[in-house]
Design a protein around this ligand. Structure first.
Ligand code: API
Length: 278
């Protein structure tokens, strides 16, 4: 017997996920599916899987699973794409929606042109700066730990092109200092309130962008006196604008959300073999 699951591939500044509306296509084993479907040669190919669902506390819910199957508390780029999805697929006509996540309820403001959501501003809530890490010679830099619901380690360097991210990324992601592992950002100040950032994501490796990582980078820059409360974070796949609102203490993230294609997974239930028909 086969089961058809419709999905939509979307990305926020190049950070791409597979989106499934679980009110129509429930997913019983998301950890396993995230691993299987995220693979580039035998699956769909993505940074992970995002499940859109209902909630009794908000307009919608979001769960995010990294490419290694681990579930994260929050996904900044993913939340913007969820906002785009629910509006453009007719699940809501509201341009301000609430999203229930493991990191609390987030408020999304959709920027609409005609029928298209071109960008989304997400109130990411308050960051939690969880201390400095002085690597004492092991590495020639110090880092700032920032939680956006999920953990981030932000390190400012003079020349980001000198950072061997494929080597140092997994080392820091899995360092014993971080019992839940961590996302790893390296950043360089390239202008007034303008920061170039690259990321090694917990559970996904190098991605084109990281929304919560951009928030963490902006927070760390402000705390370290390297930028103001509003900064542009330039990542491999695109730029997001981060503002740390003084009055509320909340972080506002504004950035793009892009649909790539709709697809359908035909899952052979008996032998679990995946056939993808786009
Ligand atoms: N890898 C992250 C989850 C995805 C976050 C990122 N893609 C974003 O846009 O915030 C973690 O395990 O905490």
């Amino acid at each position: 017997m086969t089961r058809r699951i419709k999905f939509t591939k979307m990305h926020g500044a190049g950070n791409d996920y597979i989106y499934v509306d679980t009110t129509q296509y429930p997913i019983a084993d998301p950890e396993k599916k995230a691993i299987e479907w995220s693979k580039f040669h035998t699956g769909i190919g993505s940074d992970g899987l995002i499940l859109i669902g209902s909630s009794d506390k908000a307009d919608f819910s979001m769960r995010i699973f990294n490419a290694d199957g681990s579930e994260a508390m929050m996904c900044g780029n993913g939340s913007r794409c969820v906002g785009k999805y629910v509006y453009e697929y007719g699940l809501t006509d509201k341009t301000e929606i609430t999203l229930d996540t493991l990191s609390g309820i987030k408020i999304l403001k959709l920027h609409v042109e005609g029928e298209t959501v071109t960008a989304v501003t997400v109130d990411m809530g308050s960051p939690l700066e969880t201390g400095e890490v002085h690597w004492k010679g092991k590495y020639p830099f110090q880092s700032t730990k920032v939680s956006m619901g999920n953990p981030h380690l932000v390190t400012f360097v003079d020349d980001i092109t000198q950072i061997n991210l494929p080597e140092i990324g997994p080392e820091l992601e899995n360092h014993p200092l971080f019992p839940d592992r961590t996302n790893v950002e390296f950043a360089q100040i390239v202008g007034k309130d303008t920061i170039r950032m690259r990321v090694w994501e917990r559970g996904s490796g190098i991605t084109q962008a990281c929304g919560t990582g951009a928030c963490a980078t902006a927070v760390a820059a402000f705390i370290n006196g390297l930028a103001g409360r509003k900064s542009n974070i330039i990542m491999d796949g695109g730029t997001v604008i981060i503002e740390w609102d003084e009055a509320s203490g909340h972080i506002l993230m504004t950035g793009p959300a892009t649909k790539v294609f709709d697809g359908e997974i035909v899952e052979e239930v008996e032998n679990g073999e995946l056939r993808v028909e786009n």
